[in-house]
Design a binder for this molecule. Structure first.
Ligand code: GDP
Ligand code: IMO
Ligand code: MG
Length: 429
C-alpha cells in the first residue's frame, strides 16, 4: 500500500512526465498502464532534458522500478531505441520490467494507422501515426500479438497469419497497397526476443506482492481524460483507457488499492490533432500564438504546434468526477505571466442555453461556446516562486479561483519546466 494514480485532466501534455518525475524519488514502482509511443513526456532535470515516449517517466528515478503494464502497446524497435538513447546518456535502465500480456505494435499496425487516416480525409483523427489505434483494435478483435507470444515461434507465426488474413485483403483491395509477408513480420519480432526476455514478468503479480509488502506504486497515464476512448471527445480520442479505471485494467491493480488520484491540469488548455476544443484561440498573432510561444506548445512526439486556449473549468470538473481526482497539480502557471486579465471558461452556451457541465452529446460539445469570467493578471516573473506566498496576490487569486471551480484541491503548482520549479501546497505523497 498504497497505489497512487496520475492522470491527465485535459487533452494531454499537461505535464504528467514532470509530475511523475517529482514523485519518482518517493515511490518504489512507476507503472505506465495505457497507450504507447504516442505519448511524449518531457522531463527537465537541471541542464538535462529528456523526451520519453514509451518508457515510464520513473525510468529517470534511480530508486524505483519502472514497469510497462499489460494495458500498454509496445513498439519493440522504439523500446530498444529509447533504452539505448538513455543508456548513452548514463541512465540505468536495467530495472525495467515489461508485462507478458502487453500487446506489440507490429509494422502492419503502423501501416494501417497511416492508410486509414489518409482514407478518412477531412474526417481524420490526426493520430500520431504510431499504430496505436490498429493495435488496440487487434487486441479487442482478439487478433493481437502479445509480448509472451514472441517466446513460441510456432504460436507467433499462427497469430501473425491470423492477424494478416483479413488485413492483407483490406490493404490490397481497398487501400491499394502491397500485401504484408508473414515471414517478414515474424522475423522482425523474433529478432528482439533475446534482449526482451529478461525484462518480461507477470507484472500484476509483481505489483500485488509489492503492495502487500507496503511498497508504493505510482500508476502513470499516457494521454488524458478527454482523449480516453470511453470518456473523451469520441471519436477524436486515442484508443486506450487513459483514466483511473484504465489504471486498474492496465496494470492488474485492484481499485481498492488506490488511495490517491492526482489530476494534472494546465493553467490554460491545449490540444493536438483534430476534435472539438471550446476555448481554442484561433487568432494567428493574438493570445493563442502567445500561449503557444510562451508555453513552447509544440508536440514532443510529432512536433506539431499544439492548439491553445483558455482554462476550461467544466472539463476540469468532468475529469475530477471521472477519475475521482483527490489532488490537482496545476502546471505552467508561469506561462500566463504578462496578461492584463485572464479569461476562464466557467460554463458553456450551447445553442442559446447555459450549460454548466460537459454536454452529454458530441453535437452539444461541438456547439459549446465558452462563457468566460475574467481574472486580473500579473506581470512579475514567478518562475522562482517556491511557496504559495511567493506568488503575486493576483496569481494566488487565480489559483484559488480555479480550485473553487475545478472539483478538487490544487496541491501543487508548476512555475517552470524544471523539477525544482514547483510549489507544493499539500504533500502529494
Ligand atoms: P505530458 O505529456 O503530460 O508529460 O506533458 P509534455 O511533456 O508533453 O508537455 C508539457 C511541457 O511543459 C513539457 O515541455 C514540460 O517540460 C513543460 N512543463 C511542465 N510543467 C511546467 C511548468 O510548470 N511550467 C513550464 N513553463 N513548463 C512546464
Ligand atoms: P501525452 O501522453 C496529446 C492525440 C493525437 C490524436 C489522438 C489519437 O504526451 O499527453 P493516437 O496516435 O493516439 O491514435 O492519436 O490523440 N494524442 C495525444 N495528444 N498528448 C498525447 O500524449 C497524445 N497521444 C495521442 O494527437 O489527436
Ligand atoms: Mg506529452
Amino acid at each position: 500500500m498504497p497505489a497512487v494514480v496520475i492522470v491527465g485532466a485535459q487533452w494531454g501534455d499537461e505535464g504528467k512526465g514532470k509530475a511523475t518525475d517529482i514523485l519518482g524519488s518517493r515511490v518504489d514502482y512507476v507503472v505506465k498502464f495505457n497507450g504507447g509511443n504516442n505519448a511524449g513526456h518531457t522531463v527537465v532535470i537541471g541542464d538535462q532534458k529528456y523526451a520519453l515516449h514509451l518508457l515510464p517517466s520513473g525510468i529517470l528515478s534511480p530508486g524505483c522500478v519502472p514497469v510497462i503494464g499489460n494495458g500498454v502497446v509496445v513498439d519493440l524497435k522504439v523500446l530498444f531505441e529509447e533504452i539505448d538513447g538513455l543508456e548513452e546518456r548514463g541512465i540505468d535502465t536495467s530495472r525495467l520490467v515489461i508485462s507478458a500480456n502487453a500487446h506489440v505494435i507490429a509494422d502492419y499496425n503502423r501501416t494501417m494507422d497511416k492508410v486509414a487516416e489518409r482514407f478518412l480525409g477531412s474526417r481524420k483523427i490526426g493520430t500520431t501515426g504510431r499504430g496505436i489505434g490498429p493495435t488496440y483494435a487487434d487486441k479487442m478483435n482478439r487478433l493481437g500479438i502479445r509480448v509472451q507470444d514472441l517466446f513460441d515461434e510456432k504460436i507467433l507465426r499462427q497469430k501473425v497469419e491470423g492477424a494478416l488474413e483479413l488485413k492483407n485483403q483490406v490493404l490490397t483491395k481497398i487501400y491499394n497497397r502491397r500485401a504484408v509477408e508473414v515471414d517478414e513480420i515474424v522475423e522482425e519480432l523474433l529478432s528482439y526476443v533475446d534482449r526482451l526476455a529478461p525484462m518480461v514478468a507477470d507484472t500484476p503479480l509483481l505489483l500485488h506482492e509489492a503492495l502487500t509488502e507496503g511498497k508504493t506504486v505510482l500508476l502513470e497515464a499516457g494521454q488524458a481524460t478527454l482523449l480516453d476512448v470511453d470518456h473523451g471527445t469520441y471519436p477524436f480520442v486515442t484508443s486506450s483507457s487513459a483514466t483511473t479505471g484504465g489504471a486498474c485494467t492496465g496494470s492488474g491493480i485492484a481499485p481498492t488499492e488506490i488511495t490517491r488520484v492526482i489530476g494534472i491540469v494546465k493553467a490554460y488548455a491545449t490540444r493536438v490533432g483534430e476534435g472539438p476544443f471550446p476555448t481554442e484561440l484561433f487568432d494567428e498573432d493574438g493570445d493563442g500564438a502567445r500561449l503557444r510561444k510562451n508555453g513552447a506548445e509544440f508536440g514532443t512526439t510529432t512536433g506539431r504546434p499544439r492548439r491553445c486556449g483558455w482554462y476550461d473549468a467544466p472539463i476540469a470538473r468532468y475529469a475530477a468526477r471521472i477519475n475521482g481526482v483527490t489532488d490537482f497539480v496545476l502546471t505552467k502557471l508561469d506561462v500566463l505571466t504578462g496578461w492584463d486579465q485572464i479569461p476562464v471558461c466557467v460554463a458553456y452556451d450551447v445553442d442559446g442555453e447555459r450549460v454548466d457541465e460537459m454536454p452529454m452529446t458530441q453535437t452539444g460539445f461541438h456547439h459549446a461556446k465558452p462563457i468566460y469570467e475574467y481574472f486580473p493578471g500579473w506581470s512579475e516573473d514567478i518562475s522562482g516562486a517556491r511557496s504559495f506566498e511567493d506568488l503575486p496576490k493576483t496569481a494566488q487569486e487565480y489559483v484559488l479561483a480555479l480550485e473553487k471551480i475545478s472539483g478538487a484541491r490544487i496541491s501543487t503548482i508548476g512555475v517552470g519546466p524544471d523539477r525544482e520549479q514547483s510549489i507544493e501546497r499539500h504533500a502529494l505523497l
